[in-house]
Design a protein around this ligand. Structure first.
Ligand code: PLP
Length: 446
């Protein structure tokens, strides 16, 4: 619609660099490099820029456009809901049909024993809700000293001050300050931290870092452990198959709550509805966002298991927490329409049984490339770790330099993939076909 402004691409870029502060961006460098590429439309797994160039979106936006672009059903759901009731809140004893129905539907999809949902506007907000809930839970349970939440180095849980503290991105901690009451352990990164070691043994050893940290802090002070089933933005760190069972055992042994951040893994990405199903995790709380609405509307939330919900409900009184957009009716209506597409078209099953294995198989063909050290992933999420010398297991100096070059080159050549340090990450829309996968693999090799 904004084509009515009749501006040239150059004019758009000038205005953008003059006034728009982009997320996770070096503002000055962006301006000196000629500004941002202007994306103007999309369909299926493809984007087009203002120059008419077609780009295959190997990242589904920011790991979120699960049903692909251009789904009229989602636009219609938003339109109808806006005409009927564009906004009303879920505070002060009111609700709306979309928010209520979405809560019911999510509980139906969630692991058994998760019977409640708290809505937020994003993954970061939902993780702030986790922090509030976990601490409230332990206070109500008569153990208010249990406040510390343990996350993982290079874990990503969002960009608010609490969410960045849950996360383990040291650059974010340095810029904004890590809140007190958070600790981090190393991730189960076999390729970097356990090379040469049997992977199953490494998985147990890496889970043991949680136990070490609990003992170091004092078990009576630890409230919860948070982790992504597959660590995404930290470099697509895929857990050894022994890892999660051992993490689960440790959480049970010390009675600490387990939070699975499903913001990336949820809604089909790993070939099941949640990463927790794929890795047999039994979390007390689950963070959801992104694929919940396929990114068509901003929405997130926390799926709350009975252990926490019962305490908050039975002992808690009023919980002083919530967002203006908790259970937003339009976002909820779009999320419902999105879940209907995922179900009606059997998209999740197809990722698990057909296109996911095909994608993983084709990507592994890249292993013969001299700088491809490891290809890892499941379903439609994968990482390709680049390495300088395979035989010596020697990494490139200045981690991230090669990854960034590779990402930028790929972007210019019609494929979006992300570089996290020197790991190239892919997380395409779940509706990609074998032809799209073949196109992706060809471009990646180039
Ligand atoms: N959790 C995980 C695992 C994520 O990957 C992200 C975003 O990438 C978030 C939380 C934060 O979500 P949002 O950007 O919607 O706040």
């Amino acid at each position: 619609a904004l084509t009515a402004f009749n501006r040239t691409t150059e004019q758009w870029k000038q205005i953008d660099t003059a006034h728009h502060m982009h997320p996770f961006t070096d503002f000055k460098a962006l301006a000196s490099e000629g500004g941002s590429r202007l994306i103007v439309k999309a369909d299926g797994p493809y984007l087009w820029d203002s120059e008419g160039e077609q780009i295959l979106d190997g990242m589904a936006g920011l790991w979120c456009v699960n049903v692909g672009y251009g789904r009229k059903e989602l636009a219609e759901a938003a339109y109808q809901q806006m005409m009927e009731l564009p906004y009303y809140n879920t505070f002060f004893k009111t609700t709306t049909m979309p928010a209520t129905e979405l809560a019911r539907k999510l509980v139906e999809l969630a692991p058994p024993g998760m019977n409640h949902v708290f809505f937020a506007g994003s993954g970061s907000e939902a993780n702030d809700t986790n922090v509030r809930m976990v601490r409230r839970y332990w206070t109500l349970e008569g153990q208010p000293e249990r406040q510390v939440i343990i996350g993982r180095k290079n874990g990503y849980h969002g960009s608010t001050v609490a969410a960045l503290s849950l996360g383990g991105m040291s650059a974010m901690h340095t810029q904004s300050g890590l809140l007190p009451g958070f600790a981090h352990i190393d991730p189960p990164h076999h390729f970097q931290l356990g090379w040469g070691e049997d992977e199953d043994a490494f998985g147990i050893r890496a889970a043991g870092w949680l136990e070490d940290k609990i003992k170091e802090i004092g078990p009576e002070k630890v409230a919860a452990f948070i982790a992504e089933p597959i660590q995404g933005a930290g470099g697509l760190i895929y857990p050894p198959r022994t890892y999660w069972a051992e993490i689960q055992r440790i959480c049970n042994e010390y009675g600490i709550l387990l939070i699975a951040d499903e913001v990336i893994c949820g809604f089909g990405r790993t070939g099941t509805w949640f990463g927790s199903f794929t890795f047999d995790i039994k979390p007390d709380l689950m963070t959801i966002a992104k694929g919940l609405s396929s990114g068509y509307q901003p929405i997130g939330g926390v799926l709350v298991g009975d252990r926490v919900a019962n305490t908050l409900i039975e002992k808690g009184g009023e919980f002083y927490h919530g967002y203006t957009y908790s259970g937003h009716p339009v976002a909820s209506a779009v999320a419902l329409a999105n879940l209907k597409i995922l179900e009606d078209e059997g998209i999740v099953d197809r990722v698990g049984s057909d296109i996911g294995p095909y994608f993983q198989g084709r990507l592994r063909e890249l292993s013969d490339h001299p700088i491809v050290g490891e290809v890892r992933g499941i379903g439609l999420i994968a990482g390709i770790e680049l390495i300088k010398d395979k035989a010596k297991h020697e990494f490139f100096p200045n981690a991230g330099k090669v990854g960034t070059l590779c990402r930028d080159h790929s972007f210019r050549n019609g494929l979006i993939m992300r570089g996290v340090y020197d790991t190239m990450v892919l997380s395409p829309p779940l509706i990609v076909t074998r032809d799209h996968v073949d196109e992706m693999v060809g471009k990646i090799r180039r």
